[in-house]
Ligand binder design. Sequence first.
Ligand code: ATP
Ligand code: MG
Length: 764
Amino acid sequence: MTTRRANFLTDIIDADLAAGRVVRVATRFPPEPNGYLHVGHAKSICLNFGLARDYEGTCNLRMDDTNPVKEDIDYVHSIQKDVKWLGFDWSGEVRFASDYFEQMYAAAERLIRQGDAYVDHQSVDEIRLNRGDFNRPGVNSPNRDRSVAENLELFQAMRDGGLPDGTCVLRGKIDMAHPNVLMRDPLLYRIRHAHHHRTGDAWCIYPMYDYAHPIEDALEGITHSICTLEFESNRELYDWVLDRLGPWNPRPRQYEFARLGLGYTVMSKRKLLQLVEEKRVHGWDDPRMPTIAGLRRRGVTPEALRDFADLIGVAKNNSLVDIGKLEFCVRQDLEKRAPRAMAVLQPLSLQLTNWPLGQTDLLTIAWKTGEAGTRQVPFGREILIERDDFSDAPPRDWKRLSLGKEVRLFGAYFVRCDEVLRENGEIIGLRGTVDLESRGGESKDGRQPAGTIHWVDATHAVDCEIRLYDRLFTVEQPDADGDFLPHMNPDALQVLQGQMEPAAAELPGGTHVQLMRVGYFFSDPVDSEPGKPVWNRVIGLRDTWAKTPGRTEGRPERKKEQSEAKKDAVPKKARAQWRAEKRAATPELAAAYGRYVALGLDADAADLLTEETEVVAFFDAALRAHPNPGSLSRWFLNDLEGLRKGQPLAEIAFDGATFGHFVALLDGDRLTVPAGKQLLSHLVAKGGDPVALIGELGLGKVDDSDAVVAAVDAVLTSLPAETARFRAGEQRLLGVFIGAVLKQLRGSADAGAVRQTLLDRLNG
Ligand code: ATP
Ligand code: MG
């Protein structure tokens, strides 16, 4: 049950446990209750609760409700429901950041008393302006040196409520010239006369996230505080807050992982809220939404979402995940659980002229072929088949019904079409005959019809509403260029009146079925009524967005293969399995895989390089330009994949041949590895000729130590204050110097040499 999947976080935890730094792993999932959770949150939930489960630790559910304006109790409830539904339970009660407001306030007073915080009366705009930026140090606030007594009094006044919003703020007193802009006297508290959904009007000052979050973690004894990458530079502030307010046992540490971005949808709560408020979807739980509530209502199971989280793993680089991966997990899960039934979405009537009038045959058909569990399916004189399953101009390899030809009606009889009925040229019905000897779908004389199609009996079929869902947006990155609304897919919901076999129509709301040859469906738990089912299509039987021409019949061989592979399928294999499936379906990928292995690449690299045909084309072009598969694959998989962040190769600014030339320069020792990385990121963003760029960007190898010494001296001269602080013992500044020197040398020097030269100069 506990499939502990190794990733950089488990490496950290293993090391912490081994060194005794952590006794018991404690994580938390801290949503802000300002919207419904989405599939990105599902990833974070699976990660945090999964680590707690795997290490027999704890995971708290904490509402990060420090911003009264956008939060709501409805969201608090929906979040709890979603976490439970995903299969997780939190340790103890649900926590609320607002429960710690009093402690946070006391901690702020302590900072003031320690000389670590002050009340600032500059306006928000002034504060922003005076903060400087990456190239320009900030300017101290005129209020920075207020006395402790005055600060305490003013902070109390902020709390007491007499001051309007925006009058003043509490700021940490750190360093207005700090290289990390977030450390330039950050805001800790602001005045906000707003009603809070839990604390009511008790407070009119609210703590900022960067101040509140570490305190919440520390008060709860969290050991590993996991958040998404955009908080990487906030970590320094997180540590500052904890260090000033400690000691803590355990002392929490923050770690960042890549947020999940999915193609063909949007994931920011703000945008999802906009879709809901502007009624572009039918609510947070609309099955087109990437919310957990939407996916649940559509019929995606918690198991499928957990498999998906495992499949994509935990990375340190943000990237866009192929939505095909989610669809793959959903399909794989439903294939296991869903019984098969029949419904016809666009009916065409077939009258069987030799079937006795008024007679019904009740056929017993298994819900799943080869498994226990059957239902009765009525068969009579009028049968409905799918309009698409008849052709009056069939292509040569037509495997469905056509005039004069015979097909098998699944689980029932062989039928032949004898006559096509038309009105104004349109086909309005068919007449045919049934082989009365073929009951159960096998003929007496061993004859095999061209194919098997699904059907329902017209007299007994039940009307049902069929909702076909598709991707919510027509482009992979709808919010790439600002306004995402124009990219909404107008066909993301299509409603049809279908005809369903009676036994399936009686299944209760919230049941999954595979409608044979149509897709996986889920009876809508909200809109289905007894006798009036509404069926949501969860997903098609195969990836219809992949370029597979035409519709194909079931794939018995591949299905067998798949279910055999599944027996020992552990989640960590799922991604590779996904690629294996894709290769099995795409001869071009399979051939490339064979070629790469023959060229000496290891199976893992060959596997990764054959995930997409565009990667194969790119890599082949690179190989033609520079036939060194090993270096090419290392630079491709380790560097280019990270840099392009899921962007299609066709959209990056250079081609495979140029990539080959680039790697040739490295193999020819014309570039250091850091300079190579820099050149590659330039190529990805802007393109150009690698050889010319080496000159233009000054990236050629700097072997002569004179250049390093000169750069070191220039940097130290330009940073006299830092140099003095380093000499007075502030060792951590070394990193700043190294960075500045490397910047000056444009990454073309060896960092080890730079460090040594710096130390020689600084200590000499
Ligand atoms: P959004 O940007 O959608 O509004 P958020 O980060 O503001 O999301 P929170 O409620 O603060 O939403 O998120 C709760 C937790 O879920 C945080 O730890 C956050 O890092 C994580 N999380 C949010 N979005 C994603 C995502 N796309 N992938 C992975 N984790 C996410
Ligand atoms: Mg947030």
